[in-house]
Design a binder for this molecule. Structure first.
Ligand SMILES: [Zn+2]
Length: 64
């Protein structure tokens, strides 16, 4: 096993969150984990919109 051969391209790259602009590795349809928790606990309407985005993004594609 050669660690140099690890396919780095397949590892998630940090991307800026569309909500708080922080670069984040755990990133779902634009929102970072912090925002997901914040939305879940403090902004149920945002969370509902987020879930709709998730369904749009993965809902049809996930069924294969
Ligand atoms: Zn965020």
């Amino acid at each position: 096993m050669d660690l140099e051969a690890t396919p780095l391209d397949s590892i998630a790259q940090p991307r800026p969150c569309v909500r708080c602009s922080k670069p984040c590795l755990l990133w779902v349809v634009g929102r970072c984990a912090d925002c997901m928790a914040d939305m879940y606990f403090n902004h149920p309407e945002d969370y509902r919109a987020f879930k709709d985005d998730v369904r749009e993004e993965f809902g049809t594609k996930a069924i294969a």
